[in-house]
Design a protein around this ligand. Structure first.
Ligand SMILES: Cc1cc2nc3c(=O)[nH]c(=O)nc-3n(C[C@H](O)[C@H](O)[C@H](O)COP(=O)(O)OP(=O)(O)OC[C@H]3O[C@@H](n4cnc5c(N)ncnc54)[C@H](O)[C@@H]3O)c2cc1C
Length: 317
């Protein structure tokens, strides 16, 4: 029985969350005294995965140019059955979360998402996970013979563990698909919220859609994605895809900059596990300051342009 990590990729490049999932997989394989297999589907360069401990990289190449849950779950299932896998590890990207639920049905495997840290024990198999919008931790036992673990972003870390890995190609059959393997739209150059290390987020304090230019400029300088609070997307100032929080996308980035956001619990629930939070708000009593690492009390319309200029100057040196 081995451990399998699915290495998610986009446009033939592995995502950062993939390296964390492989690092985690290596740890689990060590604890279970078994080997680590990493599966890539039209992914990047396998040698990158050897760096993090992938002893075997199983490579599937086909015409699929976009992520398709049914096809990917089918390929993973074929590899699981072919290699005698009992533990599958996924990251918590949108793809990973969709696959987890689908695969658990396909494999009749127990699936636990939002897992942090290494397993607490392997017999019984118990993991620690974040629950209730990250307000509490639960110890969850997975008692099925096959198990799927979805690890929370930025919860384990990326560790180098160089091995002389080997590459195997795998011929997988594809199920009948409704979605044709069409070309993905060329990248717009914008950083996707799901993969972003830095997020610049705006709230109702931004007063209107017309003022988002300054947040986009700040995001551009930082190589960040943009996000917003719920009322902002409800008011159609920004698309719903940017809404973060309890009912929006949960994010866990390295740097979250909140501009004109009060810090309601429903907002915090989706962003609080970000490593460093910077809050810009003109109300010194705004609740967000309580969970901020750095706070700036003042008018966003004065502070943000100054911050952007300073960062531009800094980047030139
Ligand atoms: C069931 C439920 C689920 C919810 N889910 C979510 C969710 O997923 N995500 C989410 O965001 N919300 C969610 N909400 C809504 C949440 O309760 C808050 O209403 C919302 O987060 C407030 O958004 P805001 O901070 O942008 O606006 P406000 O609360 O109106 O805050 C605006 C802030 O901007 C500041 N400000 C104003 N002018 C300036 C200026 N010139 N410069 C700097 N600062 C300024 C103000 O001081 C204020 O703090 C949910 C609510 C419910 C009931």
């Amino acid at each position: 029985m081995s451990v399998l990590v699915f290495a998610d990729s986009s446009e033939n490049k592995f995502k950062k969350t993939t390296f964390e999932a492989v690092s985690y997989g290596k740890k689990v394989a060590e604890l279970l005294n078994t080997s680590l297999i990493v599966l890539t589907i039209n992914g990047g360069n396998a040698t990158e995965l050897y760096t993090y401990g992938a002893e075997t990289v199983v490579e599937v190449k086909n015409d699929l140019k976009i992520f398709n849950t049914k096809a990917y779950a089918s390929i993973i299932k074929q590899v699981v059955e072919n290699k005698g896998i009992d533990t599958v590890i996924l990251d918590s990207s949108v793809n990973g979360l969709t696959l987890g639920a689908f695969l658990s049905v396909e494999l009749e495997a127990g699936y636990v998402s939002n897992v942090i840290g290494e397993p607490l024990s392997t017999s019984p198999f118990v993991v620690k996970r974040k629950v209730f919008s990250n307000k509490a931790l639960a110890h969850t036992e997975i008692s099925t013979s096959k198990r799927i673990i979805g690890i929370a972003k930025n919860s384990f870390g990326i560790y180098e563990h160089k091995v002389d890995g080997k590459l195997e190609s795998f011929e997988a059959t594809l199920p009948e698909l409704n979605v044709i393997s069409k070309e993905i739209n060329k990248a717009t150059g914008k950083v996707s919220l799901a993969d972003a290390d830095i997020v610049v987020s705006g709230g109702r304090g931004m007063k209107g859609a017309e003022n988002w230019g300054m947040l986009e400029e700040l995001a551009d300088v930082l190589g960040a994605a943009t996000a917003c609070s719920k009322p902002v997307s409800d008011l159609h100032w920004r698309p719903h895809s940017e809404h973060v929080g309890q009912t929006g996308k949960p994010i866990s980035c390295n740097l979250y900059i909140a501009v004109g956001i009060s810090g309601a619990i429903q907002h915090l629930a989706g962003v609080n596990s970000s490593k460093v939070k910077v809050v810009i708000n003109n109300d010194k009593d705004a609740p967000f300051f309580k969970s901020a690492d750095y706070g700036i009390v003042g008018d966003a319309f004065e502070i943000v342009p100054q911050l952007t200029e300073k960062l531009k100057e800094f980047k030139q040196h």
